[in-house]
Design a protein around this ligand. Sequence first.
Ligand code: F6R
Length: 369
Amino acid sequence: DKGGWSSFMAKEVSEEPEAVANTLRGRIRGGEVVIPELDGLDELFQGISRIIVIACGTAAYAGQVGKYAIEQWTRIPVDVELAHEFRYRDPVIGPDTLVVSISQSGETMDTLMAVKYAREHGARTLSICNTQGATIPRESDAIVYTHAGPEVAVASTKAFVAQITALYLMGLHIARVRGAIDHESAAAHIAELEAVPGKIALILEREQPRIEQFAGWMADTRSVLFLGRHVGFPIALEGALKLKELAYIHAEGFAAGELKHGPIALIEPGQPVFVVVPSPSQSPEMHKKVVSSIEEIRARGARVISIAEEGDAAVLPKSDEVLRIPMAGPLFEPLLAVVPLHIFAMGLATAKGLDVDQPRNLAKSVTVE
Ligand code: F6R
């Protein structure tokens, strides 16, 4: 039931605040993460020296965001691998490896086969999944469910923010079990997480109509580029994927620092480029770098659409359009910055008269390899 929305996707984007809130619910107590599903696994978490995240598509981008936080908090090296690449290269894994799979459906065949492979080769497995009782969690040593609720539209939206939330909870839990961070820092990160649903709601309320209108003006666009740095990089990749799959527009995401190593050759007058801009107060150094990337592409005629913090005065004169997000700590920005990109891809596809719930050639759950 679309509940009065024009599409399941519109409904599911509107549910992004709840997806985060429900994934946090019951898992925080007194400034600590409490995940009943992970009770009794302290020894497992103490014994690992590597984490490999495996997933496909949007779930893999959630994994890439999670990598930054999990490494920072646990000091355990984290690799993110596409599930379908993982088992074809004889990966180095063993009992000290925790393989974390991420899957909304819990049925993606590539991810399932990678989890089975990891288990057979002695790794420990943890599944982040949105579907109770699905196959992938049944094949894993531990499960952390995302509580985004059923996702019907083929393109994943609310599950993505729930996956990042679950990864962050898992990361904080492992960090505390190993004594890698103290109570105060964990509590501060948890407070940031708890503020996310309200901030996403603000973006939907203040920016959605404007972004949809703006997307409508761009209906004839042939190609769109997305730039980001640090946690903004996987968000750029996610913005590009959504635009490809929903609006059938050629789109590419790049790490902003990579521009001068090739992609800047693509910039010609009028080329639309979305730039995920880090907070000037929270990440001043990275903010400066991204603003200088904006200057470089703008000097070559790019049409710059910045996704930037409300108070960021520096990007305003340098952008053709600014999509505003509330302030958040560096690791929590991706949970906000992705929302305008989901709205934009949906808005552009809708303006082109496309079915956003059922894009051509795609299935919600990819149960073949
Ligand atoms: C993109 C999208 C896909 C899925 C991918 C993994 O919008 O929905 O890229 O994220 O097929 O699916 P799950 O999470 O079910 O394993």
